[in-house]
Design a protein around this ligand. Structure first.
Ligand code: PMP
Ligand code: GLN
Length: 396
């Protein structure tokens, strides 16, 4: 066995060294092992609408159960296009400008692999969702971070401009932003768009939390002038309909960019879960009340967890979107004799409190950054949030 392990290690793609197991899988395993309340990995503890699940169940029983068309079932592609039109006034041709993917994760991977070659640079805002760095590495490209400084996480336009080089190829945006909960303002999006246009960058915009904004409606960067033609926009049924285990996502993009992503996608998964696609199509056509309800429910949960954490002694960083919020651990750690750095703190927290959170330093390339911050997911039942708050309030 030892020899095999050495052999595998030696053969392993060096670009993947250092990525280990994702922090989310690690923290969920830790929660299971220690029987802790899991506010780490971002998934709801309540499934999405039963009428969506009913269609999936019916389709599993009666079909479609064979390979769907490569870009996804036509009706789901039509529903994605209708959704972009209905919420954002963006018009996409379902036949040539929409692609169904295995979750947003594959949409991101297919876009990066399709558009980046060795030596190309991808500009990302840091802290950065974990799959970005690994996927950029797999493509042989280089990640160039632009830091969003806590706690305001404001865009530094000069830093963004400073990050552009002749090798810059893509700008990878995420709004609402994981892990910070930041929603990029219209002014910031306009500034990003101006840079993308000036330097002729393609923007890959990860908008999986589009229906979880607490400061006003979501604004896709593709809806700004001259941006539709250079933007790949990404959505996720896992997030929008609380079925994270289904792994259905989508891309909307001009036909040339969609074609590029589809070339990569066809050799990543070829196609995805046929019987889930009619169900997701139905979800995308749900009345506005569903989407408003999701937002309002999460807003109440955000406030519930924020207030509880504050009372327990955490410095809570305000969150404008997503189902995550961050807290500074410095004073809590000092008061309870816990480690003051986020990884060590999160490893000690299950024993101290029976709660799992995610250490924010893993979202940074920059050493030291994010060390005082941890991320909690609040997409959980109220009694689960209350139990976590109680445990955190009673730490010795
Ligand atoms: N992007 C961001 C910012 C995320 O938080 C997630 C997590 N779910 C994903 C992409 C991946 O989404 P999916 O599960 O649809 O692959
Ligand atoms: N996006 C989720 C999070 O940020 C987790 C998804 C995953 O585990 N890959 O927690």
């Amino acid at each position: 066995m030892a020899d095999l392990a050495r052999m595998v290690e030696a053969l392993r793609n060096p670009r993947l060294q250092g990525f280990g197991t994702t922090i989310f899988a690690e923290m969920s395993a830790l929660a299971l092992r220690t029987e802790s309340i899991n506010l780490g990995q971002g998934f709801p503890d309540t499934d999405g609408p039963v009428e969506i699940a009913d269609i999936a169940a019916e389709c599993v029983r009666n079909g479609p159960n064979q390979y769907p068309p490569l870009p996804g079932q036509p009706d789901l592609r039509a529903a994605v296009a209708e959704h972009q039109q209905r919420f954002y006034g963006l018009s996409y041709d379902p036949d040539t400008e929409v692609l169904v993917t295995a979750g947003a994760t594959e949409a991101i991977a297919a876009s990066i692999i399709a558009l980046c070659d060795h030596g190309d640079e991808v500009i990302v805002f840091e802290p950065t969702y974990d799959s970005y760095a690994a996927t950029i590495a797999m493509a042989g490209a280089t990640l160039v971070p632009v830091i969003l400084e806590a706690p305001a996480y404001e865009l530094d336009v000069d830093a963004l401009r400073g990050a552009v080089t002749p090798n810059s190829r893509l700008l990878l945006l995420n709004t609402p932003h994981n892990p910070t909960g930041k929603v990029f303002s219209e002014e910031e999006l306009r500034a990003i768009a101006a840079v993308a246009i000036e330097y002729d960058l393609v923007v890959v915009s990860d908008e999986v939390y589009e229906h979880m904004t607490f400061t006003g409606p979501h604004l896709p960067i593709a809806s700004l002038p001259e941006m539709r033609e250079r933007t790949i926009t990404i959505g996720s049924a896992g997030k929008t309909f609380s079925f994270t285990g289904w792994k259905v996502g989508w891309i909307t993009a001009p036909s040339e960019l969609r074609a590029a992503a589809m070339t990569a996608k066809q050799f990543l998964t070829f196609v995805n879960a046929a019987p889930l696609q009619p169900a997701v199509a139905m979800g995308l056509r749900l009345p506005d009340a569903y989407f408003a309800g999701l937002r309002n429910e999460l807003l109440a949960k955000r406030d519930r967890l924020s207030a509880g954490l504050l009372a327990a002694g955490f410095d809570v960083v305000p969150t404008q979107g997503t189902y995550f919020l961050s807290a500074n651990i410095t004073s809590f750690a000092a008061a309870h004799n816990l480690p003051a750095t986020s990884i060590e703190f999160c490893l000690a927290l299950p024993e101290a409190a029976g709660v799992v959170a995610v250490p924010s330093e893993v979202f940074y390339q920059t050493k030291e950054a994010g060390r005082s911050l941890i991320r909690f997911a609040f997409c959980k039942k109220d009694d689960v949030l209350d139990a976590a708050i109680e445990r955190l309030s009673n730490v010795n």
